[in-house]
Design a binder for this molecule. Structure first.
Ligand SMILES: [Zn+2]
Length: 453
């Protein structure tokens, strides 16, 4: 099936002016506030955004929630908040999981929305290791050209700059792009679209390597996006994408990674089908620990003739054994999320009755899904803290839990620290190892609430 034919009845055609807008962003990265970058897609999805099949099967209904990165300022505390439906549907043909209700980025991302990748030291290490691997694997040098889509503040591409390898970042967020420029990363402040890719190809700017980390999930126009990748990649080039693995979401009950900004949730099976639809194929895959269990796929033009690795077959088999293409797997998921909610609430209520002090660590998007789905407010969790100074003095959307600098842990000496970005468990428990000096313990909410001494 060709890229152009994929739409079938034409429903896949973006409901917006493709010459001016598309929407995608790095995980939690902010798009630009400029009018030209505001897409207008919104509404309840009735069809799969990849294969156009009717969507009839719910995976989990998380009720109503505000946008998870819409942090509240102190002078907004008296204002009401809009709670929107948060439910995921599964396509029984291509097995793509997607949020049912899609909102425009202009609604999702407010004026002060800002996520800077460079605030996570483990993510910086991950980026450095990736660049070392890619430089060697693809024999990149000063004659190569690397493009990263959703390049954020240049946290990754700066490593290519240091190696003298030409590169370009693409990110719609003006504020993070400005930060990238200060570390020497040339950045186009735009959404990545097929039109843009065609223009770059005409300007002989095709890439040897295209990088897209945690961007697929934020792309409502999947077919436009993968068409753009196919267009921009040199015939012998390679594109790599990292995305949270649907298998881990289901296996470990990571329902809190579902939020309005995450339009799609992928198995390797679905990603293979997607790239096949634009004449590409997945030649290799690696498992990553990031985001609670991600995959990194290596995608080439089908004409490259490189056979798929054994790793691709192995993970497809693993998905098959886990019944990822069986609808009953999705039917069970909502009950598992509800059980986790009951357990976490029971634990926090018991600790409160015991007079224990509990403080949160982190204020990630996933934390807000968790807090709002579980109905946790300041009576059970009076405060949380975060390393990003952009969030200090603000309040979590919905729960209105205040966010402080991490030093709060030292001044308050809580009995328990609830780790909201549980995917960074190792990093955070190491950073906060000293809480044990006053008998402090950690609570990890997912896959089921547990206390770590
Ligand atoms: Zn589908």
């Amino acid at each position: 099936m060709s890229y152009n034919n994929l739409s079938g009845n034409g429903r896949e055609t973006p409901m917006y002016d493709a010459s001016t807008a598309d929407t995608q962003s790095e995980d939690s990265a902010a798009p630009s506030h400029s009018a030209k970058a505001v897409p207008t897609i919104e509404g309840r999805s009735t069809h799969c955004r990849f294969c156009d099949n009717d969507l009839t099967h719910s995976m989990v209904d998380l009720g109503l929630s505000p946008f998870c990165e819409d942090f509240i300022c102190e002078d907004e505390l008296q204002n009401p908040e809009i709670f929107r439906p948060l439910e995921t549907m599964v396509c029984e043909r291509c097995w793509l999981v997607q949020v049912r209700d899609v909102y425009s980025n202009s609604e999702i991302f407010g004026e002060d929305y800002g996520y800077f990748s460079s605030y996570s030291s483990s993510w910086l290490r991950h980026a450095r290791r990736y660049v070392a691997m890619a430089t060697k694997r693809f024999s990149l040098d000063q004659n190569s050209f690397v493009v990263e889509v959703a390049s954020n503040d240049g946290y990754l591409l700066r490593n290519f700059v240091e190696r003298g390898i030409p590169c370009l970042g693409i990110d719609p967020a003006r504020n993070v792009a400005a930060a990238a420029e200060t570390v020497g990363v040339d950045t186009r402040v735009e959404f990545f679209t097929r039109d843009m890719a065609i223009q770059m190809r005409e300007n002989e700017q095709q890439a040897d390597l295209i990088i897209g980390n945690n961007v697929l999930a934020h792309t409502p126009y999947i077919n436009d996006f993968i068409g753009a990748v196919s267009c921009l990649l040199k015939p012998a080039g390679c594109a790599t994408f990292e995305f949270p693995h649907l298998l881990q979401l289901i296996r470990h009950c990571q329902f809190d990674t579902i939020y309005h900004e995450h339009y799609s949730y992928f198995s390797l099976f679905t990603v293979c089908r997607m790239f096949e639809s634009v004449g590409m194929h997945v030649v290799d895959v690696e498992k990553l620990e990031t985001a609670g269990g991600s995959l990194r796929v290596f995608v080439e033009h089908a004409a490259s003739d490189n056979a798929s690795s054994a790793a691709v077959a192995a993970i497809l088999e693993e998905e098959s054994e886990a019944q990822l293409r069986n609808i009953t797997t999705y039917d069970d998921f909502g009950d598992r999320a509800a059980s986790l909610k009951n357990e976490l609430l029971s634990l926090l209520i018991a600790l409160k009755k015991d007079g224990k002090k509990v403080i949160g660590y982190g204020a990630p998007g996933k934390g807000n899904t968790l807090l709002n789905y579980c109905g946790i407010k300041t009576d059970l969790l009076p405060a949380t803290c975060d390393r990003s100074h952009h969030k200090h003095g603000r309040f979590c959307p919905g729960s209105r839990i205040p966010i402080f600098p991490p030093e709060l842990i030292d001044t308050e000496k809580p009995d328990y620290v609830l780790i909201l970005p549980w995917n960074l468990e190792r990093e955070i428990t190491e950073q906060l190892a000293h809480i044990r000096s006053w008998g402090g313990k950690f609570i990890l909410p997912v896959p089921s609430p547990r206390i770590v001494e």
